[in-house]
Design a protein. Structure first.
Length: 343
């Protein structure tokens, strides 16, 4: 035996075996290396027969590739980890549907919103081959980001389909993850930086001024999962998965809260309230009693009225900052009564 029992390779295997789902190739490579270590008489022979631990380097790449595939399938993101298309699709989804929301909630803004809607719709048609009538509504990558029912979404997009053919390339194949990613891997893992604990902690500090209970719950769970990671690959994979899941949650959260606050924005801006109310699918009384609306006014809007907004903005995934800016200009506006006529 040329390796001491406390050698880092044994410690690495002990960590990997606690998270085998993230470390399949690591464990296979380490088993081969351990077998060689048990048979050779000196370190030189060990280095030669293990090809300077080249199997471990390959296992690192293969596990990263396989983990990317698992995460991509879990969240229905065919492009995840391969190229910047993943981020572009997410951005186009939010731009399209936030603009459609504003178009239907505030019809007077139609002229300035129409061009943005067509741009974002055209982008999705050029990026996602599955963005097709009758198909896209069943895909988790859209359903997970959008808070509205299928009928409303179908109605919103119906006028747009005839204008733009789908020009997207075929989706990346994921049936052989090791082969599909091995040569695409560029030595930088992951595309998004890992959510190391030192990085995620400031997120909790940011929530002290603009709290959001849904995002906060996700961040608390992320911190617990990162602390519970047992292996280096497990920490990296958990970081990447949580980055992607948070981006999906952030889009849904922002659109949902923006929808609920639309009648208040219409009221304070002097727009008709009825279209904004119709978008919510709720009555005025239901909106006023909605826990998310009450949380926003109690924890976001009221504490920040009359304060300077220099250098301040809501963090990713949060909403309502535009309503705060309008309220800053009208500090005496009565939000509790502005929907009374619609009750």
């Amino acid at each position: 035996m040329v390796l001491e029992s406390h050698h880092y390779l044994y410690r690495l295997r002990a960590a990997c075996i606690l998270e085998p789902h993230w470390n399949r190739h690591h464990l296979a490579a380490l088993d081969r290396i351990m077998a060689i270590a048990a048979q050779v008489d000196n370190i030189e022979e060990f280095v030669e027969q293990t090809h300077q631990l080249r199997d471990l380097t390959a296992a690192n790449t293969l596990d990263r590739a396989a983990n990317l595939d698992r995460i991509a399938v879990l969240h229905d993101d065919p492009w995840f980890g391969l190229q910047s298309t993943s981020a572009a699709v997410g951005a186009a989804i939010h731009l399209l549907f936030s603009s459609l929301l504003n178009l239907h909630a505030f019809p007077s803004e139609r002229e300035e919103l129409t061009a943005t809607i067509h741009l974002a719709f055209r982008q999705l048609r050029s990026l996602d081959p599955d963005f097709e009538p009758g198909k896209w509504l069943g895909l988790p990558r859209y359903r997970g980001r959008l808070p509205w029912d299928k009928v409303r979404l179908s109605d919103w997009l119906q006028p747009l389909w005839p204008h733009y053919p789908n020009t997207a390339d075929a989706l990346p194949r994921r049936d052989t993850p090791e082969q599909s990613h091995l040569f695409a891997y560029n030595g930088v893992w992951p595309d998004a930086p890992p959510l190391e604990l030192a990085v995620i902690e400031p997120v909790f500090r940011d929530q002290t001024r603009w709290p959001d209970d849904i995002l906060h719950a996700h961040d608390l769970e992320t911190r617990a999962l990162l602390r519970a990671a047992k292996s280096p690959m497990g920490l990296e994979a958990t970081s990447v998965e949580r980055c992607l899941s948070r981006s999906i949650l952030a889009c849904h959260n922002r659109l949902q809260l923006t929808t609920l606050l639309a009648p208040f924005r219409a009221a304070i801006a002097g727009f008709p309230i009825a279209p904004a109310l119709e978008v919510t699918g709720l009555t005025a009384s239901q909106i006023l009693a909605h826990p998310r609306v009450q949380f926003f006014f109690e924890h976001n809007l009221k504490p920040n009225l009359g304060t300077t907004l220099d250098g301040f903005g809501a963090q990713d995934g949060e909403a309502g900052f535009d309503l705060l800016m309008l309220a800053q200009a009208q500090p005496d506006f009565d939000f509790s009564r502005c929907l009374a006529s619609e009750s």
